[in-house]
Ligand binder design. Structure first.
Ligand code: FES
Length: 70
């Protein structure tokens, strides 16, 4: 089962999935390890998180409770 965790003030943490480009070619990732995908837009290693979200002070507010309230 694929699981995507929306990290507070950080990346999407993806478990149990491959990451492919628009042609279907797979990005090299370590098998069996979670993958962190950038959602702040500032990573220099997109689509992966490189930790830049910390230095730019990326803040997120998404939670299930907020989503249900809309
Ligand atoms: S979420 Fe980590 S660099 Fe963008």
């Amino acid at each position: 089962m694929t699981k995507i965790t929306v990290k507070a003030n950080g990346p999407y943490l993806v478990e149990g999935a491959d990451v492919v480009d628009e042609t279907g070619a797979a990005f090299p990732v370590e098998a069996g390890k979670p993958i962190a995908l950038c959602r702040c837009g500032a990573s220099k290693k997109k689509p992966f998180c490189d930790g830049t979200h910390v230095s730019i002070g990326f803040k997120s507010t998404e939670t299930v409770a907020v989503f249900k309230a809309k």
